[in-house]
Design a protein around this ligand. Structure first.
Ligand SMILES: *Cc1c(COP(=O)(O)O)cnc(C)c1O
Length: 480
């Protein structure tokens, strides 16, 4: 493909994308295909001679689209939102064109410097404490990770190194292996599975702290576990607090847990993967109170802030906690500015070496929406979830299962888990809307998450009518 064909095909692709987004509502939100559907539709090996662009484009509707779950359909209410906006898509295209691998400042200065400044912009939008910002000579700063899971793992590994060095400095006879087997980390029993996974990958014990009646981790439960473990000779070193849990969007009690972590010298990491975007609105910012006690904080603009995947924003108070833990300087990656103290080599802040120019997406989105546009977007979603909550509350057959704070409503039919499983099964096989469930304690619960950028009150109303009809069918089937 030469540049004149690229111009033509590029414009066609933009039309295809715009048509897809405009027409997405009329596509079935969840596909009909069975596992293995795709292999028989395409050749078993790559073509020896080139195919044409037309051939490929024609295959998209034939082969790909039948197997796509339309995450941006206004009838998609599953999981959590994943961001999609035109400015981010255009920036992604430019990112692909520049195609740099920004592991160090020298590898592409704009890639590093825009990221540092965008993370400061975003930190200021959230009113993060000054200590997390890079500024001109701050000790903290932000980095874009690929996912919240990666951010949690990076924080855990950095904390592991930090505590190991601290203990070795005090008792040089201790080996890292002897320390590691005693390390213990904590998170609420409502924390995301990626937290447990970080413990597994990091090779440390991770204990689940029983959450309270609001599905929140409070200090007394954490304190109890820490005391017990210390008495047993273990070394508590790391705590993950969740703001906006995946099951029901509950919030750990940061104002209690934070001071305890500081007192016990435990690294506090905050996982606000979904909810973090809402903190740009002054009315939701109080949910972040206590962030000042944290060592690291993370949320996903790629969930709810219109920056397409991947873009997970992570800040640390002490950048040296990361760079000190992971630094490697082979001669082929060295450059003449690196010891000047003025520049950032993001490869020391993350697991991979290579990294894309993802901050372009933030730059385009923040400028084209403005903070006000982004706030309006968050508010609209929260308003729609309250609208759904009020519809559910008006129907005596249903119950709301957790407080609705942001864009997620947890609800169920009053009755057995079996009844609710049957309802969800009907909903997801009708494929008019798409939902996923969760467990809250021993209850099977349906989650209704406001997801699409284009979802309106009319879609929420239609979804509710549909759920009511299926509920009536499930209830009458039960009576028979
Ligand atoms: C979605 C979510 C995650 C996982 O996010 P990834 O970026 O996909 O790793 C982690 N924690 C919480 C609370 C989440 O909602």
């Amino acid at each position: 493909m030469n540049s004149s064909e690229f111009r033509r095909r590029g414009k066609e692709m933009v039309d295809y994308v715009a048509n897809y987004m405009e027409g997405i509502e009329s596509r079935q939100v969840y596909p009909d295909v069975e596992p293995g559907y795709l292999r028989p539709l395409i050749p078993a090996t790559a073509p020896q001679e080139p195919d044409t662009f037309e051939d490929i484009i024609n295959d998209i509707e034939k082969i790909i689209m039948p197997g796509v779950t339309h995450w941006h359909s206004p009838y998609f209410f599953a999981y959590f939102p994943t961001a999609s906006s035109y400015p981010a898509m255009l920036a992604d295209m430019l990112c692909g064109a520049i195609g740099c691998i920004g592991f160090s400042w020298a590898a592409s200065p704009a890639c590093t410097e825009l990221e540092t400044v965008m993370m400061d912009w975003l930190g200021k939008m959230l009113q993060l404490p000054e200590a997390f910002l890079a500024g001109n000579q701050g000790k903290g700063g932000g980095v874009i990770q690929g996912s919240a899971s990666e951010a949690t793992l990076v924080a855990l590994l950095a904390a592991r190194t930090k505590v190991t060095r601290r203990l070795q400095a005090a008792s040089p006879e201790l080996t890292p292996a002897a320390i590691m087997e005693k390390l213990v980390a904590y998170a609420s029993d409502q924390a995301h599975s990626s937290v447990e996974r970080a413990g597994l990958i990091g090779g440390v014990k991770l204990k689940a702290i029983p959450s309270d009646g609001n599905y929140a981790m409070c200090a007394s439960a954490l304190q109890e576990a820490v005391q017990k473990d210390k008495a047993a000779g273990l070394i508590p070193f790391f705590v993950v607090a969740t703001l906006g849990t995946t099951s029901c969007c509950s919030f750990d009690n940061l104002l209690e847990v934070g001071p305890l972590c500081n007192k016990e010298d435990m690294w506090l990491h905050i996982d606000a993967a979904y909810a973090g975007s809402a903190f740009i609105c002054p009315e939701f910012r109080p949910l972040l109170h206590g962030v000042e006690f944290a060592d690291s904080f993370n949320f996903n603009p790629h969930k709810w802030l219109l920056v397409n995947f991947d873009c997970s924003a992570m800040w640390v108070k002490n950048r040296t906690d990361l760079t000190g833990a992971f630094k490697m300087d082979p001669v082929y990656l060295k450059h003449s500015h690196q010891d000047s103290g003025l520049i950032t080599d993001y490869r020391h802040w993350q697991l991979p070496l290579g990294r894309r120019f993802r901050s372009l997406k933030m730059w385009f989105v923040f400028r084209m929406y403005g903070v006000k546009g982004l706030q309006a977007y968050i508010r609209k979603h929260v308003q729609l979830s309250h609208e759904f909550e009020s519809l559910v509350s008006q129907d005596p057959r249903f119950e709301i299962c957790a407080q609705v704070v942001l864009g997620l409503v947890c609800f169920r039919l009053k009755g057995s888990n079996k009844l609710n499983e049957a309802l969800l099964q009907r909903i997801n096989s009708a494929k008019k809307i798409h939902l996923v469930p969760c467990h809250l304690r021993d209850k099977f619960v349906l989650r209704f998450a406001i997801c699409s950028r284009t979802v309106e009150s009319s879609h929420v109303q239609l979804a509710w009518e549909h759920i009511r009809e299926l509920a009536a069918a499930v209830l009458s089937a039960e009576r028979e």
